[in-house]
Design a protein around this ligand. Structure first.
Ligand code: CO
Ligand code: CO
Ligand code: CO
Length: 306
């Protein structure tokens, strides 16, 4: 797919009806429960196949584990979390590799398939279309609160629910529509991934600040200053091509630059179909919402937040 605009996975055409999608992602623990961490890491890795409009087929574990420091049960529970998500995705675990390493990391290499003519990329958005995001943002803020032992039990529960949710249902529904561009929101945050889509599509993207949905608790923890370092890096990385209207609350700024783990799909679709698409997703338990629109041509892509 080329490297310029950072698409989610590699695509290899086998014949006229089948192309392979290959992707790899791994993380350091994001929750205190190994089983949940396994689920999050798998949902996160599988997501890049969904972001390209594909169906995951096989997965392989990637493990770095401090054998001398951590109980082997931790690894077993983590892998079980991964297996359960792989099964939910309808894929099969076919192997993996582990090494003894001072820092625990877990993830997956996932292989999927897609019709070569139906590959979704982050570069097809058309002027006048609507932008839809399928999960709330604020994962990084909540994870920072979890690390600081300041997050409430309910907020953690909700965070885990969001991060472990597969983008499968969202992907299956959006494939019923002529979606022009799609990606998933991860480390670069909503603004960063939107800007990639803007660059890839050579458009000006408009993000509506008051439509950005926050995970429960994200706003209050951000208010307490629990903002991860990645937020500031994302903000400075985007600064050249991102224009924030005066009066955008600092909290909203924290949210749009917040790095996500296992974030939602972000896609653009014709205005006439957007409402029904969102409704269908909501009915399936996907927290999809319209968050912006695709504006006029712009040769290097930019983002306006208003
Ligand atoms: Co991705
Ligand atoms: Co990825
Ligand atoms: Co080997």
């Amino acid at each position: 797919m080329g490297l310029e605009t950072g698409d989610d996975a590699g695509v290899f055409r086998i014949n006229d009806t089948t192309a392979l999608i290959q992707t790899l992602d791994f993380l350091t623990p994001v929750t205190n429960s190994p089983y949940e961490f396994g689920q999050v890491a798998a949902a996160n890795a599988l997501s890049d196949v969904y972001a390209m409009g594909g169906i995951p087929l096989t997965a392989m574990n990637i493990v770095c584990f401090p054998e001398d420091e951590l109980d082997e049960m931790i690894l077993q529970e983590t892998l079980q979390g991964g297996i359960d998500k792989i099964e939910e995705a309808g894929a099969t675990l076919v192997g993996g590799h582990s090494v003894n390493d001072p820092e625990f990391k877990y993830g997956l290499s996932v292989t999927g398939v897609v019709h070569p003519d139906r590959v979704l990329t982050n570069r097809g958005s058309k002027t006048g279309e609507v932008l839809i995001l399928t999960k709330p943002v604020g994962v990084g803020i909540l994870a920072t609160a979890v690390k600081g032992k300041l997050a409430s039990e309910d907020h953690v529960k909700n965070l885990v629910k969001t991060m472990t949710q597969l983008n499968k249902a969202a992907c299956e529904i959006l494939l019923d529509y002529p979606v022009s561009a799609c990606t998933d929101v991860t480390g670069f945050g909503l603004a960063g991934h939107l800007l990639e889509m803007a660059r890839g599509s050579k458009k000006t993207m408009h993000l509506f600040a008051n439509k950005v949905v926050a995970i429960d608790g994200a706003k209050e923890y951000a208010m307490m200053g629990l903002v991860p370092g990645g937020t500031f890096r994302n903000r400075s990385f985007c600064s050249k091509n991102t224009f924030l209207d005066k009066g955008i609350e600092p909290i909203v700024q924290d949210l749009i630059f917040d790095p996500q783990t296992s974030g939602g799909l972000l896609f653009s679709i014709g205005k006439s179909e957007a409402e029904t698409c969102v409704e269908r997703m909501n009915q399936k338990g996907v927290a999809a919402a319209i968050v912006g629109k695709v504006g006029l041509d712009h040769s290097c892509g930019n983002l306006i937040v208003s």
